[in-house]
Design a protein around this ligand. Structure first.
Ligand code: SAM
Length: 342
């Protein structure tokens, strides 16, 4: 005979909403999970030079804890998960996590953000574990410039991209942060590279996240300018792409290539925000550009039930702010991107 606790939990479960709606009427369907805050690159606008204050292993959620939180979100109506970081591929046994997440039946979309430096070795295994599509950061094709921006080697990324293509991962989306005086002269080369390789290309505006992001504000370039320049050379046809992300897409006429513009500063998209972020230490961040957060790790480790976990998630969603304030209050955010998960 089931216990009294069982019936109590059942009653609470039945009275819980099946959807996550925030106070501004947006349904939260998308969870980004940062599997590590460490990275093997040091992009100038992201991790500060010489930064060493990473989370320690005992602060990290283990894979079962991550899967438990993701499954709770899925039971509350989330259908999309993106694994990110830091650099997710530096986390030991990362494909095992992918494999575990694919067993959550409610999820319809599992994707990965990576810098691709380790993709050559892992692409086939990741595809087999269940990664269908990836986003790869690549700001330049020029080896010297890549070294300047990231301290890494561009050839590793290019090899990783070819391995992903051969493994059958599709679409592959390239994320290029466009910076004035740094790589804005390479926009057309990057379009050409993506046409040749059948990749989608997305341009991103620099955001004032942490001191590094703020220092990069000097290099901020509105993507409206980039779009106007490209429109002089290519016919851009408005289109849609699967992914639920904030990019506005255009197909380049007479090609199969889509280009996307992610414009958090010049044209923000907070009114359609459907996502929250889970950091590796088990904190839910309700907005990329605000400090509102809700810690879940210690609750999990104190032995709460799945029903209680869902109640905490519902409470957290109630804290989601209406919008970021990157333009109004650019010095607000202390966290840099790699700490939250891009
Ligand atoms: N390592 C993975 C990667 O390279 O895609 C995932 C994490 S990375 C932090 C995610 C994305 O955030 C990258 O595309 C990176 O270019 C972007 N990013 C980091 N700091 C940024 C900033 N201040 N402004 C705009 N984009 C930023």
């Amino acid at each position: 005979m089931p216990s009294q606790q069982y019936y109590q939990d059942l009653l609470v479960t039945m009275s819980q909403p099946k959807q996550l709606i925030d106070p501004h009427g947006r349904q939260i369907k998308y969870l980004r999970v940062s599997v590590t805050d460490r990275c093997d690159l040091r992009c100038s606008y992201c991790i500060p030079k010489g930064f060493k204050d990473f989370q320690e292993p005992d602060e990290w959620l283990n894979f079962d804890e991550m899967v438990r939180i993701i499954a709770a979100f899925a039971r509350l109506g989330a259908t999309q998960v993106r694994l990110t970081g830091g650099e997710p591929l530096v986390r030991h046994n990362f494909p095992e996590l992918v494999d575990k997440i694919t067993s959550i039946p409610e999820l319809t979309d599992l994707s990965l953000s990576t810098n691709a430096t380790r993709l050559q070795k892992q692409a086939a295994q990741l595809k087999q574990a269940g990664i269908e599509r990836i986003n790869v950061s690549l700001d330049t094709l020029n080896a010297d410039k890549f070294k300047d921006i990231t301290q890494g080697k561009v050839q590793k990324v290019l090899d990783g991209l070819q391995a992903a293509k051969q493994a059958g991962i599709k679409p592959i989306k390239i994320n290029m942060v466009v910076m004035k005086g740094v790589n804005d002269d390479e926009v057309q080369d990057m379009v050409q590279y993506c046409i040749e390789n059948d990749f989608t290309l997305r341009f991103i505006e620099t955001m004032p996240m942490g001191d590094t992001g703020r220092e990069a504000s000097d290099q901020y370039l509105s993507l409206q300018v980039v779009k106007e320049q490209l429109a002089q050379q290519f016919e851009l046809i408005p289109t849609q792409m699967k992914g639920g992300g904030p990019a506005r897409y255009y197909q380049i006429a007479n090609t199969n290539i889509n280009i996307g513009f992610i414009t958090p500063i010049s044209q923000h998209f907070c009114e359609t925000c459907n996502r929250v972020r889970l950091t590796v230490d088990g904190t839910l961040h309700l907005c990329l550009g605000q400090e509102h957060s809700y810690p879940l790790r210690d609750l999990l480790r104190s032995g709460i039930s799945d029903t209680e976990l869902k109640q905490h998630i519902i409470k957290a969603i109630a804290l989601k702010p209406e919008n970021h304030e990157f333009s109004e209050n650019p010095s607000k955010l202390v966290r840099f991107m790699s700490q939250t998960g891009g």
